[in-house]
Design a protein around this ligand. Structure first.
Ligand code: BV8
Ligand code: ZN
Length: 247
């Protein structure tokens, strides 16, 4: 049963924020960040691979991991959670979608103006000069992943391409973070979907909304609710819970 205050909040919402993490893509078969190291990658630790140091130490290892992840995303489809979020945007006067994910499944489900706090797998750029390749990268030729792949060269300066994601120790895109914090400050309802809330400063977003007086809802099989009021949990998988909000 959806808690009545949540039904009310959804019905009356003037500005809703949806804040998503890896859990929203889990039912598309994209493993969450914490367990993204399946198969040949499981001997590595994601937080140690997702760093500029790891890339500089072994560009082919890090590029191979991201190409494997990009290939998994290209093979995946948006799931009912992505589609419900795109549908919710047509139900409330204003909806801001903020994601920590680097896949494009929200866009492929029909969401527009997605704020990507941590960049995208689909926008590689030159590690040296920042130039983006003028042709999209082909599907990686390694279906199994786990193989080291030398990063392609930069057409402009001869440097090497890097994934267009924000690594640990790197700053988030200032405009994206500013837009996310502002939306959290202004909204009257925030749905936090499929995130463990451990990575900062992105993890500040739900707290900013709650302190500004919004109703906050965590959609997660293992929700983490901090406050006794104005904060709820929809316990379960996003692909099951979010479509219920549209009923
Ligand atoms: C920075 C892109 C400094 C790459 C990622 C305080 C302030 C500032 C920084 C820090 C700070 N404290 C610590 C730091 C450093 C660090 C940090 O936060 N470390 C953590 C580990 C403690 N932060 C940074 O380094 C950030 N940079 O602040 O720079 C700086 C400052 C000034 C000047 C220069 C530099 C950059 C962080 C960005 C890192 N990049 N991703 C890539 O993808 O490879 S982070 C990555 O992990 C994700 O993007 C995501 O944000 C994060 C957490 O992942 P989640 O999405 O939450 O996924 P997770 O697997 O953890 O959880 C899945 C959840 O889904 C679970 O709760 C599960 O229960 C649930 N679930 C599962 N199935 C389902 C489901 N839910 C619903 N339905 C289901 N079916
Ligand atoms: Zn270059």
């Amino acid at each position: 049963m959806i808690p009545m205050p949540l039904v009310e909040a959804l019905r009356n919402a003037q500005h809703a924020v949806i804040f998503t993490g890896a859990g929203v893509s889990a039912e598309s078969g994209i493993s969450t960040f914490r367990d993204s190291l399946t198969g040949l990658w499981e001997r590595f630790d994601a937080t140690s691979l997702a760093t500029p140091e790891a890339y500089q130490a072994d560009p082919a290892l890090v590029w191979g991991w991201y190409e494997w992840r990009r290939m998994k995303v290209l093979q995946a489809q948006p799931n009912p959670a992505h589609r419900a979020i795109a549908a919710l945007a047509r139900r409330v006067p204003r909806l801001t979608l903020i994601t920590q994910n680097v896949d494009d499944l929200h866009e492929r489900a029909g969401s527009t103006e997605v704020i990507h706090l941590h960049g995208s797998l689909h926008q590689p750029r030159c590690f040296t000069c920042g130039a983006q390749p003028d042709v999209p990268l082909a599907m990686p030729d390694e279906p199994e992943g786990g193989r080291r792949l030398s990063p392609p060269g930069c057409a402009r300066c001869g440097g090497q391409l890097r994934p267009g994601v924000v690594w640990f120790g790197e700053s988030l895109p200032g405009d994206a973070l500013e837009a996310a914090f502002q939306a959290a400050q202004q909204c009257d309802l925030l749905l936090s979907v499929g995130t463990s809330g451990v990575v900062y400063p992105a993890a500040e977003v739900p707290g900013i909304a709650w302190r500004a007086g919004a109703v906050v809802v965590h959609v997660n099989p293992q929700p983490h609710v901090e406050h006794p009021e104005r904060e709820f949990a929809l316990t379960g998988a996003a692909g099951e819970q979010l479509p219920r909000l549209l009923e």
